[in-house]
Design a protein around this ligand. Structure first.
Ligand code: FMN
Length: 401
């Protein structure tokens, strides 16, 4: 019989506390054992009985802070040992701040401080609380300590406003944690990734633009997989990138020039760039300030946009650059040519048939000529294969270098 994974679900005093029940149920459906701890604040919103009658293996409250088990082990130590990971959902601004400060004056906080396991934090709060620079500073600092944030998202809040701070969909939170537990490896522990995804837009006037059909799915899957493999991941994504949860930093951009600037800056602090974005290669020479009138013929002069990989490749030092080459003919030869010209280490030859789909086929090649074909797989599986190939390449590079 395979060993079941164990999640310690920490529920804090947020108006979204009731949503933790759905997280518990989804984790249980995924065959994961769940123990729950409620802060005193959480108990104002939901009772321990709701969790114990919804499939939790055991439920703890702050009343248990000074309890010991039959072997004389105190609750915070036994819970931190029992769990394979800790999920704090919903997480209040208060608990996030106290974790960063190392405060341990409750069962929840002392268990978290005693834990060496992966900690996931799904914040939920009013927009001003979330956007307050103090909260932002706390979140960024905890990310640097290796804690993984899931959300929050933009949406309707309990105070009837619309803004950032809404808890990520409970089922998505549970699925994310479950998928992390299945595949979590330490392959890229301590490595810093910049991943780009999705299309860019080049505007003709304030309303119309040229772009392409890229969905951003490939880049987003690579970013999530790199995170699961232990990396620090900064995703820079164009107008469409879906389900980018659990990453360390996300920047949204519109034009190719913005993508270039953000990528160049992010590269300074990173070890690996994976350029899965589909930048628009041309931009109108003039962007009209007002809407262009409906005339019988419109002539537009287009200019080439900046070649991001080529420019970044000039200053790569010992960083690794992985790029995609979308080709419609002579796929392998053209991809190899692109890799050499742009100083890339690995190229992924991609077909336009993969665009916008959830699955596809790719050919991965490194600069030594080693190849791997991935056929008809989901983008998540392709992402994993790319990262495993990258890890093998990295190992050889460092040995030779
Ligand atoms: C009705 C109500 C709703 C609240 N919702 C939230 C929330 O969603 N997020 C948050 O960070 N704090 C929220 N708070 C404030 C927390 O409950 C408060 O900071 C509390 O001390 C948190 O304790 P804990 O982090 O130990 O659970 C709310 C307070 C009230 C009265």
């Amino acid at each position: 019989m395979t060993k079941k994974n164990k999640v310690l679900l920490v529920v804090t005093g947020s108006v979204g506390a009731y949503k933790a029940v759905e997280i518990l149920r989804t984790l249980r459906d995924l065959n994961i054992d769940v123990r729950v701890i409620l802060t005193e604040g959480a108990e104002k919103f939901i009772s321990a009985l709701t969790f114990s009658s919804s499939g939790a293996e055991k439920v703890f409250t702050e009343q248990d802070q000074f309890s010991v088990d039959s072997e004389g082990v105190s609750a915070h130590i036994s819970l931190s040992r029992w769990a394979d990971c800790i999920l704090i959902a919903p997480a209040t601004a208060n608990t996030i701040a106290k974790i960063l400060a190392g405060i341990a004056d409750s069962l929840v906080l002392s268990t978290i401080l005693a834990s060496e396991k992966q900690i996931f934090i799904a914040p939920c709060m009013n927009t001003n609380m979330f956007e307050n620079l103090i909260t932002q500073r706390n979140i960024n600092a905890l990310k640097e300590h290796g804690m993984i944030f899931i959300g929050p998202e933009e949406g309707k809040l309990a105070d009837f406003s619309v803004g950032m701070g809404r808890l990520t969909d409970p089922e998505k939170i549970a699925q994310f944690v479950a998928s992390f537990m299945q595949k979590n490896t330490e392959l890229f522990k301590g490595k810093r990734f910049v991943v780009t995804a999705g299309p860019t837009r080049e505007y003709l006037d304030p309303i119309r633009f040229i772009t392409n059909d890229s969905s951003g799915k490939m880049g987003t899957e690579i970013a999530k997989e790199a995170k699961r493999m232990g990396g620090y991941v900064h995703l820079i994504c164009g107008s469409s990138c879906v389900d980018a949860i659990g990453l360390d930093k996300i920047d949204k951009i519109t034009t190719t020039e913005e993508l270039f600037k953000k990528t160049k800056k992010a590269m300074e602090k990173s070890d690996i760039l994976i350029m899965a974005a589909a930048p628009t290669d041309f931009k109108p020479e003039i962007v009209q300030p007002g809407k262009i009138k409906k005339i019988s013929q419109l002539n537009v002069q287009f200019l080439k946009t900046v070649d991001i990989i080529k420019e970044v490749g000039k200053h790569k030092n010992n960083k690794i650059i992985v790029g995609f080459a979308l080709q419609t003919d002579d796929i392998e030869k053209n991809a190899m040519k692109k890799m050499r010209e742009k100083n890339m280490d690995i190229v992924i030859a991609n077909s336009n048939l993969n665009m916008g789909k959830d699955y596809g086929s790719v050919l991965i090649i490194d600069k030594t000529g080693r190849k791997k074909v991935v056929r008809n797989e989901t983008k998540q599986k392709i992402a994993r294969e790319i990262l495993i190939f990258l890890k093998e390449f990295w190992g050889k590079e460092r040995k030779n270098g």
